[in-house]
Design a protein around this ligand. Structure first.
Ligand code: OSB
Ligand code: MG
Length: 367
């Protein structure tokens, strides 16, 4: 039974600034939900950024929605499944719902002695690791950063692009590191469908995919773009539910999907999207939101499902943080191990977590 929910806000610096077409992140503004009961703590990490630039959600907004609209749905006997059904009438706010659902799921799986990997249906014990490389001040800087990640052992490189930093950086990376490098790009919605001819220049570089070239709402424009560009289109921001995934595939808006549990309301919905894609032979991969070890552990369990046939953005702890809040995830042979312990399979270092915590709050749970 759940007796208490705690909300924790914390701050952790990134090892280097992460620049995308929507902004620069230098730190993570964190929100964790802890579900306490029967001597067990379940953990969830909110994936929202501090500002609504990647999507409409942002971390202070998530906290407000959680407090006012979501936690009233949690009572002593609430499960992840019953919570998600109960909040279905609340529109949007996927990242807010996801962190609560994940903490509930972690709590119940820990109580039941089951790992996330087992619960979700993972078939692999380790997953291939890619890395998302931010926009750099110059192509020279970019080549150095990519070289360093390849030295670390990353098996796939994703370059963030934007108008003015796209064709030439990709050309330089392909020329420098060769044809065998698994390479893809992510535009975070920075283009217009009228840029199709420009983006088609990327077809020369044998990319795995172009991620989210156009704004979130523009499924039909993505379908149009997909006819004008040969490189596969992958959607991230647009895919907010299994229903959107089905529609996007039906109209040819994408042929690959980046699954982020936070973006779709949690692991239960993420699994549904995986299952839909797996059934149809559509490749999926696990995206990231610069998570600390708490969020990363659960993502690795998801990434171990059989439909995750492309390396994800699930990178090692050291790519993000000087010191992670859990024991660090370490790259071995370009892979990360999937946690095998109960629930998410990792525990935060509470002394360290407390040292980066700015605020904690105990929220009551109705009987
Ligand atoms: O679009 O995939 C994205 C990070 C924050 C917000 C959006 C995105 C990203 C990344 C990095 O690309 C993924 C990661 O390493 O966690
Ligand atoms: Mg993306």
């Amino acid at each position: 039974m759940i007796s208490e929910i705690r909300l924790r806000r914390a701050h952790i610096d990134l090892v280097s600034p992460f620049r995308t077409s929507f902004g620069v992140e230098t730190a993570r503004d964190l929100l964790y939900i802890e579900v306490h009961g029967d001597g067990v703590t379940g953990w969830g990490e909110c994936t929202a950024m501090s500002e609504p630039m990647y999507s409409s959600e942002y971390v202070d907004g998530c906290e407000a929605v959680i407090r006012r609209f979501l936690l009233p749905h949690v009572v002593g006997g609430t499960t992840a499944e019953s919570f998600t059904k109960s909040v279905a009438g609340i529109r949007g706010h996927y990242m807010a719902k996801a962190v609560v659902e994940t903490a509930l799921l972690d709590h119940q799986l820990r109580c039941d002695g089951v790992s996330f990997a087992k619960f979700l249906g993972a078939t692999q014990s380790r997953v291939r690791s890619g890395v998302s490389v931010g926009i750099q001040p110059s192509i020279d800087d970019l080549l150095h950063v990519v070289q360093k990640y390849l030295d670390d052992g990353y098996l796939r490189i994703k370059l963030k692009i934007e108008p003015g930093f796209d064709i030439e950086p990709v050309r330089a990376v392909r020329r420098t590191f060769g044809d065998a490098l698994l390479l893809q790009v992510d535009a975070n919605s920075a283009y217009h469908v009228n840029d199709a001819a420009h983006l088609a220049q990327l077809d020369d570089f044998n990319l795995l995919l172009i991620e989210q070239p156009l704004p979130e709402e523009q499924l039909a424009a993505h379908a149009e773009l997909a006819k004008l560009v040969h490189t596969p289109i992958c959607l991230d921001e647009s895919i907010l539910s299994v229903e959107v995934a089905r529609d996007a595939l039906a109209i040819g808006a994408c042929s690959i999907i980046n699954i982020k549990p936070g973006r779709v309301g949690g692991y239960l919905e993420a699994k549904k999207i995986h299952d839909l894609c797996f059934e149809r032979g559509v490749p999926v991969w696990c995206g990231g939101m610069l998570e600390t070890g708490i969020g990363r552990a659960a993502n690795l369990a998801l990434a171990a499902l059989p439909g995750f046939t492309l390396p994800g953005d699930t990178s090692a702890s050291a790519r993000y943080f000087q010191r992670d809040v859990t024991s660090p995830f370490v790259l071995r042979d370009g892979h990360l191990d999937v946690p095998t312990g109960v629930g998410i399979g990792v525990d935060p270092d509470l002394n360290y977590l407390d040292s980066i915590t700015s605020r904690r709050d105990v929220l009551t749970v109705a009987r």
